[in-house]
Design a protein around this ligand. Structure first.
Ligand SMILES: N[C@@H](CCC(=O)N[C@@H](CS)C(=O)NCC(=O)O)C(=O)O
Length: 360
């Protein structure tokens, strides 16, 4: 039995919850500030959600590491598509949702007074209502901390807010045409891409009671149905062949170039940092990638971690077997990832324990 430390309000925790659910792996979900504070946070080195603990006391952190481990240990009801080209698309969706789309979730939660009011009360229910100097036992303090990230995400000023709101609305419209009742990213059953898309919407935009929720319920009812299906992923089918549908391709053609531009900028900034590091050195530097969004520059703070996620897309591309390369290349050209994947990155990172290190 696993223990999943992941609040219902947490963006990334939804990805691992859906993965556990779909794979029908038994788990309990608790939040005890004392357990988390005394055992989990010190082991991981910081407070972060989700964390998964096995009944042998093994602690896994980072959704990518958790999903990889679950897939390896519990191969039944796989979440990785068998087709390596779909696996590459999965890594692209994962990169986009985890590293960039999260900004839309921060915007719709914290820049909308209704959503903000809802979630502050929700944080108090979950984290508690104050325990002296531990911010993670005080919902108001956690809410303060989350809102303090807005300037670094370009979300404290009108131009950034406008661009991110537009990205939210346009991408959502396309995704609403691609998923629906028992219709998943790649067709008949869920896979990791769906767990990512569930995290992209459910905890913030679908669950916070604000204007994004109203938008989803009134303008994206198919997507809303899909999110309910993924919330009960244990009951979803696992058979039928996965493939790309025309509507999902249209969604990929929209998010693809945005994600690729972001990956390119992140990687360009990370490469000199990595090149200057000694092999094995821990990497956690801040970066400020910039992309053009609707004709305006959009800039946000991130860390070298995002470059590692871009590297994972590269790795999925590099391991395409020869017979799939032509199909993969044609698709990458179609969804705007050709240039990024056609270039190469010299310095690489790897995960060692709970840290990222320059590959030795
Ligand atoms: N890369 C991590 C991201 C996890 C993450 O940032 N989680 C958020 C909650 S959804 C968090 O714990 N934030 C704490 C903070 O920012 O202080 C993953 O995929 O697990």
């Amino acid at each position: 039995m696993y223990t999943h430390y992941g609040p219902m309000v947490s963006y990334y925790s939804a990805k691992t919850r859906a993965c556990l659910g779909y794979k029908r792996i038994p788990f309990v979900e608790v939040y005890e500030p004392a357990t988390y504070r005394e055992r989990i946070a010190p082991a991981v080195g910081r407070t972060v959600f989700p964390v998964l603990e096995s009944d042998r006391g093994e602690i896994l952190q980072d959704t990518t590491v958790i999903v990889d481990a679950l897939e390896e240990r519990h191969p039944e009801r796989p979440v990785f598509p068998e087709d390596p080209v779909l696996m590459l698309v999965t890594r692209i969706v994962e990169f986009f949702v985890d590293e960039l789309w999260v900004v839309t979730a921060m915007h719709t939660r914290w820049n909308d007074p209704d959503a903000r009011g809802f979630v502050i009360a929700e944080f108090n229910r979950f984290f508690g209502q104050g325990d002296g100097d531990d911010i993670w036992a005080d919902g108001d303090a956690v809410a303060e901390r989350m809102q303090s990230y807005l300037p670094a995400l370009g979300l404290d000023k009108e131009p950034g807010q406008r661009a991110i709101q537009r990205l939210f609305e346009e991408a959502t419209e396309l995704l609403d045409r691609a998923v629906g009742p028992r219709q998943f990213a790649f067709g008949p059953h869920p896979s990791l891409a769906d767990c990512c898309l569930y995290a992209a919407y459910y905890p913030h935009q679908y669950r916070d009671h604000g204007s994004a929720q109203a938008h989803l319920k009134t303008r994206a009812a198919n997507l809303s149905y899909f999110l309910d299906n993924m919330h009960a992923a244990y009951g979803m089918p696992a058979d039928g062949e996965l493939g790309l549908t025309e509507p999902f391709l249209a969604y990929l053609r929209y998010i693809g170039p945005v994600g690729a531009a972001y990956a390119t900028s992140v990687e360009q900034l990370a490469q000199p940092v990595l090149a200057a590091a000694a092999p094995g050195e821990e990497m956690d530097q801040g970066l400020t990638p910039e992309i053009e969004l609707f004709g305006e520059p959009y800039r946000r703070f991130c860390t070298t971690f995002s470059a590692w996620k871009a590297q994972r897309v590269r790795e999925a591309y590099e391991c395409l077997p020869g017979e799939d390369r032509g199909r993969g290349d044609a698709l990458m050209a179609d969804i705007g990832w050709e240039e990024f994947l056609g270039s190469s990155a010299d310095a690489r990172m790897e995960r060692v324990g709970f840290a990222l290190c320059r590959t030795g």
